[in-house]
Each structure stands twice: as structure tokens, then as C-alpha cells.
Design a protein around this ligand. Structure first.
Ligand SMILES: [Zn+2]
Length: 282
């Protein structure tokens, strides 16, 4: 067979000589870098690192990124004070610009959580209630199916009743099927009390609890790097941007129209742990 000469051999790796000159200006500190192709408005790839230069050099050696490297025309970067700033900025830019080669999932429109109210579990959707301020939510889940799957797994592990949890219909006046298999401890037929069942349920959910935004309004997280100090401005787990001094934080006002699951995942631990000085903003 004749080789098809029209088909370019896109995946053959070659060191990207055409980008060698791009390396020199890259800093060895933390921040975000952007691979640009021909389009000025649509970047190819956005990444973050505590060492921008060495991370970009690693891309140059990555054989499976040959296609992206071939399309790259230039590389830009934004320095941050540290790793936290880099994480926040990367997530924000990827959401805003949706680069071609970032395989990261886009914001899930079906984001949901398990909600516990008066010992009953329901599924709550982020598009309907504000996860940042609603108590007794557990998650997060990409969709309803994933939430139900987790609830089943918790029920199996802790011998909770599918009927009581509303996963299955309970046969009237009888124990559920899983009780006969000893997979339910018997909340459905009085072997254990509703209270015992509720206690084990809430204890099992606890590790998934979504932390409500613990401040009245916006806060600034101070991150001090070797050469740079930044204040990351956050409201309801939503990252509004970073500034060099608190006076500039004034212009970053709340614009969150939805629960920011990226912001929540990045910020919850360091914020609760007190890893960074926090300044409450007026
Ligand atoms: Zn049962």
C-alpha cells in the first residue's frame, strides 16, 4: 500500500527548537504559564508550577505533547507570590479561556451534594441553592448519579436502610430486603431506633461536609513569597483576583453567580487550617 502523503505525521516527537528562545525569560519561581498558538485570544494550554521554567522544560521533553508543542508560537507567564496564588489563577484562567489542550473538566452544571434535613437525605443542586452558605450539605458530586452512588456506598458500609434513606421504596409494614441479607441493621423494622440510624448516618456523612463560608463578606488571604506579596481576594469561596496591596482590593467586588467548586477545593483546607493571614474586607 502507498503511504498516505496527505496525512501529516502529527505525533512524531521532536525537541521544539523553535521554542528554545522562549525559555530564557521564564522565571524559576511560582506562577502560571500559557502556551499560545496562532490565535491571540484562544490559548493552547495553561499550567501552573512553583518553578515555571523547569515545568515548561518538562513540557518540551514530553513526547505525548508533540502536537501541542508544534502548534505553540510563544509562551507567556504571570508570576505569583506562591503556590496558592498559582493554583487560584490557573483555575480562573482555564475557566475564562478554555484552552484547547487542557483536559480538565469544565464547570459541571449538575454539581450537587447530599443534604441532610430532619434525618432525611435529599439531593441538592448547586444551581438551585447556594452551597457556600447552606448548612448540612455533603459532597461535592459531579451529578445526581454520583451522589446517589456515594449514598449507597455509605449505607452499605454502615448498614443503613435504603428504605429509610429514600433510595428504595419500603414494603409497608415489613423489613427491607437488605435486612434479610444483614446489610441493613433494621431501622425499617424497629430492630434499631430511628435515632440510632440517624446518628450513624450523620457520623458517616461528616467527613464529606461542605464548609459554609465562615466570614461575613470578602476576605483577603495574604501570601508572602520570596520576592512577591499578594492578597488573594475571596468571597463565598469564589476567587475574585489577587492584588499587591489592600487598597487595590476595593475594585474586586463579588461577582459570583454560582458555587465555585474549584475555589472551594483549593481554599477550604488552607483557610480553615489558618495557613495564611486573613484580613476581613469591608
Ligand atoms: Zn432496612
Amino acid at each position: 500500500m502507498m503511504p498516505n502523503r496527505l496525512e501529516p505525521e502529527l505525533d512524531i516527537y521532536q525537541y521544539p527548537e523553535h521554542l528554545r528562545a522562549c525559555l530564557a525569560p521564564l522565571p524559576k519561581g511560582p506562577g502560571v504559564y500559557v502556551f499560545h498558538g496562532q490565535s491571540e485570544s484562544l490559548p493552547l494550554y495553561i499550567g501552573k508550577s512553583v518553578n515555571i521554567r523547569s515545568r515548561v522544560m518538562a513540557h518540551f521533553r514530553a513526547q505525548d505533547e508533540a502536537k501541542m508543542l508544534r502548534q505553540t508560537r510563544r509562551i507567556s507567564f504571570i508570576e505569583t507570590a506562591g503556590e496558592l496564588g498559582a493554583l487560584l489563577l490557573e483555575a480562573q484562567l482555564i475557566k475564562q479561556q478554555q484552552p484547547l489542550f487542557n483536559k480538565r473538566l469544565r464547570r459541571s452544571k449538575q454539581l450537587c451534594a447530599l443534604r441532610l434535613q430532619a434525618d432525611a437525605v435529599t439531593i441538592a443542586h448547586a444551581k438551585e441553592i447556594d452551597f457556600a452558605v447552606t448548612p448540612h450539605l455533603y459532597g461535592l458530586f459531579a451529578n445526581r448519579h454520583a451522589a446517589l452512588e456515594k449514598l449507597r456506598a455509605i449505607a452499605d458500609e454502615h448498614r443503613l436502610c435504603y428504605g429509610k434513606l429514600g433510595i428504595d421504596k419500603l414494603p409497608a409494614g415489613r423489613a427491607c430486603f437488605r435486612y434479610s441479607l444483614r446489610k441493613c441493621a433494621g431501622a425499617c423494622c424497629g430492630v434499631e431506633s430511628a435515632q440510632e440510624h440517624a446518628l450513624r448516618l450523620s457520623a458517616a456523612l461528616e467527613q464529606l461536609r461542605i464548609t459554609c463560608w465562615p466570614f461575613a463578606g470578602r476576605v483577603a488571604l495574604e501570601e508572602q513569597g520570596e520576592t512577591l506579596r499578594q492578597y488573594h481576594v475571596i468571597h463565598n469561596w469564589f476567587y475574585l483576583g489577587s492584588v499587591g496591596n489592600l487598597a487595590q482590593a476595593e475594585r474586586l467586588q463579588s461577582a459570583a453567580s454560582h458555587f465555585d467548586s474549584d475555589g472551594y477545593k483549593i481554599l477550604c483546607k488552607p483557610l480553615i487550617a489558618g495557613d495564611y493571614p486573613i484580613i476581613e474586607l469591608p
